[in-house]
Ligand binder design. Structure first.
Ligand SMILES: *[C@@H]1O[C@H](CO)[C@@H](O)[C@H](O)[C@H]1NC(C)=O
Ligand SMILES: *[C@@H]1O[C@H](CO)[C@@H](O)[C@H](O)[C@H]1NC(C)=O
Ligand SMILES: *[C@@H]1O[C@H](CO)[C@@H](O)[C@H](O)[C@H]1NC(C)=O
Ligand SMILES: *[C@@H]1O[C@H](CO)[C@@H](O)[C@H](O)[C@H]1NC(C)=O
Ligand SMILES: *[C@@H]1O[C@H](CO)[C@@H](O)[C@H](O)[C@H]1NC(C)=O
Ligand SMILES: *[C@@H]1O[C@H](CO)[C@@H](O)[C@H](O)[C@H]1NC(C)=O
Ligand SMILES: *[C@@H]1O[C@H](CO)[C@@H](O)[C@H](O)[C@H]1NC(C)=O
Ligand SMILES: *[C@@H]1O[C@H](CO)[C@@H](O)[C@H](O)[C@H]1NC(C)=O
Ligand SMILES: *[C@@H]1O[C@H](CO)[C@@H](O)[C@H](O)[C@H]1NC(C)=O
Ligand SMILES: *[C@@H]1O[C@H](CO)[C@@H](O)[C@H](O)[C@H]1NC(C)=O
Ligand SMILES: *[C@@H]1O[C@H](CO)[C@@H](O)[C@H](O)[C@H]1NC(C)=O
Ligand SMILES: *[C@@H]1O[C@H](CO)[C@@H](O)[C@H](O)[C@H]1NC(C)=O
Length: 828
């Protein structure tokens, strides 16, 4: 058995590596042919497993869809990997479910609203998925709007989805005699890796129609990444076939931990149409579900399932309004069409010379639009006319590249996301940095919604047509900057709130930096260095909105944004370079053991930097590169220090499991390093080195293979970083500018600002990727950057590159701006 499984894994990997996405003969307008939903589902160096994978969700979903309909697997290697998106390449299938996240790490969230097809009840305890889980006998197949899995029990399941509903078709092989559908309301994705934040099933309810073709109800769940409290998810489902028998059941409450804490007593069957384990929202109620048995001559069985956060009638209505068919085909076609129109056709190229790169581009665009989930009209907590979005997972990950991409190509969508953030502030007092299950949490660094709002402001979403109430928006930002959030005493870092806002604000307000936690005196906070630089960027973001909206606040927040200079140690040396951010205690002295190559134990919640080394964070002052470069000793020293970021072997391995990729200090798998490769643009006449880094990193760490994403995709953040590289631009979020890189295509038409076009062309790429010269809007260009207005002004913009092999120092013009430039004169 074990050996067989091993060889299964080997062959899975082989197939994943060697077969590119089959080139479908399809209309050239159907860009979904270039989308491979499996990219980012396997780990680099861990073929055939989800270990260190992108945790990308491969099942059918619409852009920003509430429903992400996919298979859930019990992780094959339970102790090493969680199934964050439900799917793992090698796990056993425990069912399909309607709600998932994509690309996340930490404790899994969702995996709710379950069905599992069974071909026998022999030796099956329906309360114990280990007794009915199934291996897959073929590779799953996924394309936009479609998923197929073939189970060892002879049952094939095909799935498609709309925004709030899903349709599934079960086919039975000829030797399958029994046809049962198990509905386990208590099914959800558990966590082994971060058990303290695991989800729990709390309560549930299920009722059936008299003829057994319909059932509806709700499950109540708690926990997950945001540690949300009990909240119901409602469902409504129907079958296209009359069952022979329906048995509803309840069973003893079990917690999600394996193996010791669970005793699976058999369920109690009953014919009652409603079952409730305990009273009200009781958190340890019995598990409930239904077992539907269909005639043995059923060739195919179909089911439609709707979900809602409001009530089960609404879940039923979604089936009626979104899925008025029992055919999968039109549902798949509609999904493809929506992805083409809303997302994929925003970037068009006639350059089809390299299908691999087309697959990388369009698969990235696809994965960049799975989250957040558009729950407009589905807000269970307050009545609102505003858009509602959930599954910000997290803004810490997405603010640098992904939100800026949506803003450029779909400004109304970006505005709606901003409006939903502000609406959350209106009712819950804080915008989220992360949010899932309608609950804020957890904050990894700064209050990065501030950055998203500032980016929107400086790029013109302040126009009234976008409907953002900027008075409230600025007030929401100010709350982050001034109000200390209640400390939720998270086990990862009990020193300050990680739910929302800025947990280390007391230090920021009184010291101008976040001080290092000192157990002896009880002063300071976790992540002191990374939070210092992030709070600085957040305050810079405030200043950019305040400049226009609240001029009286401008100087205050602008000045505070320079707080990082209070922890800059001008004489501190590491690897021959002098001047670093350092952890200071509240009394202003430095931790004597400090090395910028060391972050603490895991680069995690209670360490001095989060998911990156102090060396990396010492580069993250995008709003005042001028001061930073002068602190580093000028352009030449900054250049060699940047070069050092990419030298293999300089990282001493403390970034923490799952956080570090490669052996250089630059970490392609995590967001703090996102902007670093392109900082050569700030040095003058060295843009060619940004191009060199861009090409090296994309070529080494990204591909169209299943392991083609270097670590958790983070809701599409990594894919968005790569997509910008392919377009030849890189946004500097919170500023209305883009750094110029080098496009991967001969021509690109990017739909920007609603109905305008940014045209990018490149000749000479066959000789090399380096910029020989460039024209912007027809004008010869010597700057290594463009403004937002340059590319969306008038009817759009044009950028025409001449590329080649020469490393030309063409960027002799004005350097990219440092709009936050302020030297506080502190010399520690
Ligand atoms: C499956 O069963 C295991 C063992 O009881 C349990 O820990 C897990 O939560 C169940 N569900 C899934 C989706 O794995
Ligand atoms: C059904 O038949 C197929 C093909 O003969 C075989 O591979 C499979 O193992 C059988 N499944 C079951 C559940 O017996
Ligand atoms: C399932 O059966 C239907 C009806 O015979 C057929 O159209 C469909 O192609 C089958 N699906 C698979 C995956 O075999
Ligand atoms: C816990 O489970 C493990 C693995 O199944 C087993 O070896 C061990 O004896 C169990 N411990 C208890 C106290 O049941
Ligand atoms: C449920 O109802 C069916 C049909 O009336 C009956 O045969 C069966 O015994 C009942 N089962 C239970 C557990 O009451
Ligand atoms: C296509 O691009 C990929 C990724 O950069 C590269 O590995 C491959 O060599 C290219 N193929 C051709 C034919 O240029
Ligand atoms: C929008 O913001 C820009 C940039 O800050 C500013 O110039 C413009 O006046 C603002 N427009 C409105 C309508 O407030
Ligand atoms: C600016 O910030 C520094 C350091 O936090 C502080 O010492 C100074 O008083 C501030 N200046 C103003 C004008 O707020
Ligand atoms: C630091 O300097 C030493 C001695 O000159 C040299 O061997 C080493 O390569 C330098 N390290 C880096 C990272 O430049
Ligand atoms: C500053 O605080 C640290 C940590 O509590 C302590 O070790 C150090 O002695 C203090 N230094 C001074 C000068 O008070
Ligand atoms: C499209 O362009 C027209 C003018 O050409 C403008 O009035 C309209 O607002 C634009 N629509 C969007 C969505 O930007
Ligand atoms: C850094 O070192 C130099 C030379 O030892 C010294 O002159 C200077 O005062 C030091 N600067 C700081 C900020 O400690």
């Amino acid at each position: 058995m074990k050996d067989f499984t091993k060889s299964m894994i080997m062959s899975l990997t082989w197939a994943a590596v060697c077969f590119p996405l089959s080139v479908v003969v399809a209309s050239s307008d159907d860009l979904t042919q270039y989308v491979n939903p499996f990219i980012g589902t396997e780990g680099q160096g861990n073929p055939g497993t989800a270990i260190n994978s992108g945790n990308v969700f491969p099942g059918p979903a619409l852009p920003f869809g509430v429903v992400k309909f996919g298979i859930d697997t019990t992780a094959f290697d339970w102790t090493n990997v969680d199934a964050d998106a439900g799917y793992t390449p090698n796990g056993y299938v425990t069912g399909v479910s309607m709600l998932h996240e994509s690309g996340t790490g930490g404790a899994p969230t969702y995996g709710f609203i379950h069905q599992m097809p069974l071909s026998t009840l022999e030796d099956v305890n329906i309360l114990d998925n280990f007794t009915y889980m199934q291996e897959r006998t073929e590779f799953d197949i996924a394309s936009v709007g479609y998923y197929k899995t073939v189970l060892a029990n002879g049952i094939t399941a095909e799935l498609s989805a709309t925004a709030h509903a899903g349709i599934i078709q079960y086919n039975y092989s000829s030797n399958t005699t029994e046809r049962h559908i198990l509905v386990d309301v208590s099914h959800m994705l558990p966590s082994s890796g971060e058990a303290q934040h695991s989800q729990f099933y709390s309560n549930g309810f299920l009722e059936r129609s008299p003829d057994g073709t319909k059932y509806q109800g709700y499950g109540v769940y708690r926990g997950g990444f945001s540690s949300r409290p009990d909240a119901p998810v409602y469902f409504c489902a129907e079958f296209d076939t009359f069952p022979d028998e329906v048995q509803l059941f309840s069973g003893q409450y079990t917690d999600p931990y394996w193996p010791n804490s669970t005793i699976f007593q058999p369920p109690i069957f009953t014919n009652a149409t409603s079952i409730i384990g305990r009273k009200g929202w009781y958190g340890y109620a019995d598990r409930v579900g239904g077992l539907f048995t269909f005639p043995s001559n059923t060739a195919t069985l179909k089911s439609r399932i709707g979900v809602s956060f409001i009530n089960s009638d609404k879940a039923c209505q979604y089936i009626a309004s979104e899925l008025p068919t029992w055919d999968l085909e039109p549902v798949i076609t509609a999904a493809k069409q929506q992805w083409n129109t809303e997302v994929l056709s925003k970037v068009i190229t006639t350059d089809h010379s390299n299908v691999t790169v087309l697959e990388m581009l369009y698969s990235s665009l696809y994965k960049m639009h799975l989250m957040p989930s558009d729950r407009t009209g589905e807000n269970p907590n307050w009545d609102t006319e505003e858009p509602t979005y959930d599954d910000f997972y997290t803004l810490w990950d997405t603010f640098r590249c992904l939100n800026s991409y949506i803003l450029l190509t779909a400004p109304q969508r970006a505005a709606d996301i901003v409006r939903s953030l502000v609406d959350i502030w209106r009712f819950e007092r804080f915008m989220p940095d992360a949010r899932s299950g309608n609950y804020n949490g957890r904050v990894q660094g700064g209050s990065n919604a501030d950055n998203v709002l500032a980016d929107a402001w400086v790029k013109g979403l302040n126009a009234s047509e976008y409907g953002i109430d900027w008075t409230d928006a600025y007030a929401a930002m100010k709350t982050d900057a001034e109000m200390v959030p209640y400390n939720t005493f998270d086990y990862g870092d009990p020193t300050g709130s990680v739910k929302e806002g800025r947990g280390a604000l007391p230090d920021w307000l009184t010291l101008g930096y976040v001080s290092m936690y000192d157990p002896a005196t009880g002063t300071g906070f976790g992540r002191c260095i990374s939070r210092t630089v992030e709070y600085g960027l957040n305050d810079f973001a405030l200043s950019q909105v305040a400049k226009d909206l609240a001029p009286q606040d401008y100087a205050h927040f602008f000045n505070r944004s320079a707080g990082w200079q209070t922890i800059w140690q001008h004489n501190f040396t590491s690897l021959n370079f002098t001047g670093f951010l350092a952890p200071l205690y509240a009394n202003g002295t430095r931790d004597p053991t400090y090395s910028p190559l060391y972050c603490g134990e895991w680069c995690s919640w209670s360490d001095i930097t989060y998911e990156g080394l102090p060396w990396e964070y010492s580069w993250t002052i995008p709003y005042d590169m001028k001061t930073l470069i002068s602190f580093m000793g000028g352009s030449d020293l900054a250049e060699s220090r940047l070069d050092a970021m990419f030298i293999p072997g300089l990282q001493d391995g403390t970034v923490g499991q799952g956080n570090g990729v490669g052996t250089a200090i630059f970490n392609p798998g995590n967001e703090p390093s996102f902007g670093t490769p392109f900082l050569y643009n700030y040095l003058g006449q060295r843009q060619w080195k940004s191009v060199m880094r861009s090409r090296e990193i994309v070529n080494e760490y990204y591909s169209n293979r299943r392991d083609g994403v270097p670590g958790n995709s983070d809701a599409g953040a990594l894919e968005s970083w790569m997509a910008w590289n392919l377009l030849g631009l890189y946004p500097v979020a919170t500023q209305p500018i883009y750094l110029l890189l080098s496009p991967w295509f001969g021509d690109l038409s990017v739909s920007v600002a609603g109905n305008k076009t940014l045209k990018v062309t490149a000749v000479g790429s066959e000789d090399g990727p380096y910029v020989q010269s460039v024209k912007v809007n027809g004008v010869q260009w010597e700057k290594s950057w463009v403004t937002h207005d340059n590319i969306i002004g008038g009817d759009g913009g044009t950028i025409d590159f001449v590329l080649g092999s020469e490393k030309i120092r063409w960027d002799t013009g004005e350097l990219p701006p440092s709009p936050g430039h302020l030297d506080l004169g502190i010399r520690n």
